[in-house]
Design a protein around this ligand. Sequence first.
Ligand SMILES: Nc1ncnc2c1ncn2[C@@H]1O[C@H](COP(=O)(O)OP(=O)(O)OP(=O)(O)O)[C@@H](O)[C@H]1O
Ligand SMILES: [Mg+2]
Length: 383
Amino acid sequence: MAKKKGEGYLSAKESRRIAKENRKITDKLEKQHKRKNVPEEEYRTKMHDFNNSLEIDNLHTYFFSDVGVVKAVDGVSFNVPLGKTVGVVGESGCGKSVTSLSIMQLLQRPQGQIVEGEIRLNLGKKAYDIPKVPIEAMQKLRGNHISMIFQEPMTSLNPVFRIGEQIEEVIALHDGEGKTEADMKARTLELLEMVGIANSEGVYSMFPHELSGGMRQRVMIAIALACNPKVIIADEPTTALDVTIQAQILDLLRSLKDRINSSIVLITHDLGVIAEMADFVVVMYAGRVVEKGTAEEIFENPAHPYTIGLMASKPVVGKKVDKLYSIPGKVPNPINMPNYCYFKDRCEMAIEPCSGEYPCFVKLSDTHEVSCYRHYKDNGGEE
Ligand SMILES: Nc1ncnc2c1ncn2[C@@H]1O[C@H](COP(=O)(O)OP(=O)(O)OP(=O)(O)O)[C@@H](O)[C@H]1O
Ligand SMILES: [Mg+2]
């Protein structure tokens, strides 16, 4: 068969060479992760601002695949203030889940690796730099200080164990010291009631397939909250649910957040959910943050053409349109990113400098930043 040498084509030899090179890099990083008895000083760090519970600073997470390096997250920075909700939006594949998996150190390894950047987690009296935390110590942080609600409850719950057992396992692992079996059951029932499950005794002895989608999602939330984490990462917590259940789950998250004063990182592509829940918004595009600000700033004064496009593509009640706006074109290939602004080829507002280097951030207010040439002072924009 004639072989076609086009874009995206790799010979077996080339693919083997890439795989070998990748292995060299990932083996080195893996060795670092798996070390035992690492002294705490090695992963201790200082928060830049003590009012933040989490600071993500220039995070680069790559997947070393056999067809090349996928730069899934390529220089993401944002802060999560104590007790606040930060919404992360962006279209499918822009790196939202990879960012949250990086924070939890739950990337698919060895291919998935954090190659650069810091994630500073505030533990009260001290702070840790998550990418440097070895596996052993990370297990203690997950659940206790930071926990995650996953997008798909059916794949996250174990189908062969009863709900009660699954929640108790988490309590036993992270917070089980000195607790008797009766204590654990009482705590489990309390958690089930806290997430609004009326028949807590019944659900305690059910299997995941015996619950509805909304109930499973509540169980996931109960598991995530079992040990009162300071940071909750919710990755599309309501996407699989219908709108009434969605509203209930969001209410629940909000009231729980207030009760245990945690911070939430809320990942979703539903702008309505963001408007309702978030104090701050981070807009991601192709592995980078393109704009961030308070929810008010982003909704009332979106500055990046991508954010403006997102706002325009959202249906508005009472406004009749022939066709909903959709942003033209598609996201560039993450293996082969251009060296100019990643959004330029889809941008309807592009100007001449956009073909130059990737734009750096411009401050529009103390909290509002955008990476777009249209806002550079010498282009007539406001700085
Ligand atoms: N295990 C993996 N191996 C290789 N590439 C991966 C892996 N996981 C994710 N990626 C790539 O990383 C990029 C970001 O994916 P991610 O899952 O973070 O997207 P997302 O923003 O969460 O999208 P969605 O809204 O669809 O959930 C994508 O290009 C994806 O193909
Ligand atoms: Mg995702």
